[in-house]
Design a protein around this ligand. Structure first.
Ligand code: CA
Length: 230
C-alpha cells in the first residue's frame, strides 16, 4: 500500500513541485495551504508523514509542529520541516519542536524523497516480534510500541529507533558518531548535535514514567543505556 504524505506549504509552485515528485515516486499526497487546513486534514485522516514549511500564513510551521506533537492523537506522526533557513539555531529549534528531520530550500525532489524514505524506515518495525523488557519498561518490536504496564510511552520514530538500539545494546557506551551510524544509518547527513536533541526528547518521554535515568550520559564519550546507577 502506498504511503500517504501531507504537505503543508502555502507557496503553490513549491507545493505543486513536491506533490508531483512524490506522486511520481509512488506516494499518495494530500495538500494543505495553512495550519488550519492541515489540522482539518489530520482530523479527517492520518497520513504516514507530514512535510511542514517553516513559513506559513496563519501559524509558523514550528508552532504547527509543536501543536501536532502535543496532541496525543498525532504526536507519533513523523514530521519533516521544509525551510529556507539554513542556520544551525533554527535547525535545532525545528528538532526541539518535534520535527524528525529538516530539509533546506532549495532542495531536489530526489533529496526530499530520500529523507522521507529514511524517516519512514525509522518508523518501520523490524518484524522479529521480540519483546525486550528492562525493569518494567517493555519494547515490543512487533507492534513498535514501548509500554510501561498498560500505558504506551509516546515516542516519535527517531526516539523509538534510538531506544530500540539502546535496549538491544545495553551496558555499553556509544559515541555520537556510532549512534548516528547505527540509528540513522550511515548515508544520511545528520549533525552530531542532532543526537543530543533526540536524546533529550527520549529522556523527556521516559521521564514521565521514571525511566529517563536509564539513558545515561558518559562524560566525554557519549551515551549508554543501563539499569545500573554507576
Ligand atoms: Ca511558505
Amino acid at each position: 500500500m502506498s504511503k500517504q504524505v501531507l504537505i503543508v506549504e502555502d507557496e503553490r509552485p513549491i507545493r505543486d513541485m513536491v506533490s508531483f515528485s512524490l506522486r511520481r515516486a509512488g506516494f499518495e499526497v494530500r495538500e494543505a495551504e495553512d495550519s488550519r487546513s492541515a489540522r482539518a486534514s489530520l482530523a479527517d485522516r492520518r497520513p504516514d508523514l507530514i512535510l511542514i514549511d517553516w513559513m506559513l500564513p496563519d501559524m509558523s510551521g514550528l508552532e504547527l509542529t509543536r501543536a501536532i506533537k502535543r496532541d496525543r492523537e498525532t504526536r507519533g506522526l513523523p514530521i519533516i520541516m521544509l525551510t529556507a533557513r539554513a542556520e544551525e539555531g533554527d535547525k535545532v529549534a525545528g528538532l526541539e519542536g518535534g520535527a524528525d528531520d529538516y530539509v533546506t530550500k532549495p532542495f531536489s525532489p530526489r533529496e526530499l524523497i530520500a529523507r522521507i524514505n529514511a524517516v519512514l524506515r525509522r518508523g518501520q518495525p523490524n518484524g522479529d516480534g521480540e519483546l525486550i523488557a528492562v525493569e518494567g519498561l517493555a519494547l515490543d518490536q512487533a507492534s513498535h510500541r514501548v509500554l510501561v504496564g498498560e500505558r504506551t510511552v509516546p515516542l516519535g520514530p527517531t526516539e523509538y529507533r534510538m531506544l530500540e538500539f539502546f535496549m538491544t545494546h545495553p551496558e555499553r557506551v556509544y559515541t555520537r558518531d556510532q549512534l548516528l551510524d547505527r540509528v540513522w544509518g550511515g548515508n544520511v547527513y545528520v549533525e552530531e548535535r542532532t543526537i543530543d536533541v533526540h536524546i533529550r526528547r527520549l529522556r523527556k518521554a521516559l521521564e514521565e514514567f521514571g525511566y529517563d535515568r536509564l539513558v545515561q550520559t558518559v562524560r566525554g564519550s557519549g551515551y549508554r543505556f543501563s539499569a545500573r546507577t554507576s
